[in-house]
Design a protein around this ligand. Structure first.
Ligand code: HEM
Length: 464
């Protein structure tokens, strides 16, 4: 195909004009009369139309599974885990996980994990670095890996200890997710499949990384079986107690797969959201000031610095709005694809053929004038508040940052609470400013938005 979009895509000639591929797609989607474009060479229909997103994720959901093309990329790492499954296997895990994640006891457990990681590691690390610089993206990735590992597995990799140690588990998990995502960048799937068959290059490294992840995960599972899982709060113990391993003769590999999906889903996403938040507030100190004064109004001026309760955080509508506003401009999952099972027509008239890739694009949607109005590029938490100053959510089909419909993110509420807890703890004690204010983030290709080269920030203690 020699159409403008395909030739620009293939030759990457969008690069001089746009910092990221997602910015170029946002530009094309804004200019399209239907908010939908087609990249013929990759058989990819990309849409930023809320009606189309509703159709794909909700009203015609069965026609848009993740598909074999996607699950092949992550299959070696995630196996049969929820993130990579379709059909009955997905539904079984979805029901079980929604039940567990919806329980009050799991919420209390998650809050305990966040609070202890903040009190015992994050704040001491920032205090130690005060007056100097830190790569805050690295800090948040370590924070998020410790918390999601403790939450999912009951295993503490200790990545955020003050010496910022190398964790074998975190390094192997990083390598495995990066190398799996890089499969999507091969000119053709044949390339990585041949390398995999021959066990050479990146596929050899991927195989080794997955082996390490599986070995360490298995050690945790074996230990849990020896020491008992009854009464323990982490997801692994809950799944074991719910008898997952007995269901349909499934083996330990299945438990391991389930937990790995949670690690992948809950780690880089939260770290990405926090990194973007501090980048945006560093450039918009007025927002930071409003969050501080709201916190003071809710918690009182002389609050004893203890982590605010869930109820107190719920009262902070401006903070909630600032988190949603951050994720609007910088969604951790910038785009997400499905593969059509059968021919279909989208609500805007776009024809979809069986096997086409259909992508909704939260990054572009967060920049659409038709959805957010003329000030769409401004970081303005106020847009989420009603006249009474109360936070009002938007439809998930206009704001599919956590996806929407039948496969909406299972960790959404937990992620928002985690982000709010960290933000409050940090900004009440520290000023965190981008070291190089002219720095415009560029994202590395991958499953989750990660700032290429990290984000160096200056940390200073707030004078009281
Ligand atoms: C800001 C943070 C987060 C964002 C933006 C986010 C976003 C998303 C998105 C877009 C999906 C759909 C992916 C797909 O189907 O291709 C998803 C699914 C999922 N998320 Fe999250 N997520 C976040 C945090 C979390 C956390 C902390 C957890 C774990 C507790 C989690 C657990 C999951 C799971 C299990 C799924 C799969 C649901 C299914 O397929 O039925 N997420 N998330």
């Amino acid at each position: 195909c020699d159409c403008h979009v395909c030739s620009t895509y293939l030759s990457a000639t969008w690069r001089p004009s746009f910092p990221n591929l997602s910015d170029w797609f946002a530009h094309l989607l804004s200019a399209s009369a239907t908010s939908t474009i087609r990249v013929h060479v990759t058989r990819n229909v990309i849409t930023a139309s809320p009606a189309n997103v509703h159709h794909i994720l909700k009203s015609n959901f069965p026609n848009y599974p993740k598909g074999k093309q996607f699950s092949a990329l992550l299959g070696d790492l995630l196996g049969r885990g929820i993130f990579n499954a379709d059909g009955h296997r997905w539904l079984f895990q979805r029901k079980m996980a929604s039940l567990e994640l919806g329980s009050v006891s799991v919420r209390v457990f998650a809050s305990d994990v966040f609070n202890s990681e903040i009190e015992s590691r994050l704040l001491p690390l920032l205090a130690d670095a005060a007056g100097g610089e830190l790569d805050m993206q690295d800090v948040f990735r370590r924070f998020a890996f410790d918390t999601i590992s403790r939450f999912s597995f009951g295993y503490d990799p200790g990545c955020l200890e003050i010496s910022l140690p190398e964790s074998e588990f975190a390094a192997a998990f990083d390598a495995a997710s990066r190398l799996s995502a890089e499969r999507a960048m091969a000119a053709s799937p044949v390339v990585w499949r041949v390398k995999r068959f021959l066990r050479v290059g990146s596929e050899r490294r991927l195989r080794e990384a997955i082996r390490t992840v599986d070995r360490l995960a298995q050690e945790v599972i074996d230990r849990r079986r020896r020491t008992g899982f009854a009464g323990k709060s982490d997801l692994l113990s809950r799944f074991m107690a719910a008898g997952v391993e007995d269901s349909g003769g499934e083996d330990d590999g299945y438990l391991r797969d389930i937990v790995k999906s949670f690690l992948l889903a809950g780690r880089d996403t939260v770290a990405s959201g926090l990194t973007s938040f501090f980048w945006l507030t560093s450039r918009n100190p007025a927002v930071e000031a409003k969050i501080r004064s709201e916190a003071e109004a809710v918690l009182g001026r002389h609050h004893n610095d203890a982590v605010p309760s869930f109820a107190e955080m719920t009262e902070m509508h401006y903070l909630t709005s600032a988190v949603y506003e951050t994720l609007r401009l910088f969604p951790p999952v910038q785009f997400d694809s499905k593969f059509a099972l059968n021919d279909d027509v989208l609500p805007d008239g776009t024809i979809v053929r069986k096997g086409d890739r259909v992508t909704y694009h939260p990054y572009a949607m967060g920049r659409m004038e038709s959805i957010w109005g003329p000030d769409r590029l401004e970081f303005r938490p106020e847009r989420w508040l009603n006249d009474d100053g109360l936070f009002v959510p938007r439809s998930p089909y206009e704001y599919p940052v956590f996806q929407g419909g039948s496969r909406v993110c299972l960790g959404k509420e937990m992620a928002i609470v985690e982000m709010k807890t960290v933000i409050l703890a940090v900004i009440r004690r520290f000023n965190v400013r981008v070291a190089d204010p002219g720095h415009e983030p560029r994202f590395s290709p991958g499953l989750t938005a990660t700032v290429s080269g990290g984000l160096r920030m200056v940390v200073e203690e707030v004078k009281r």
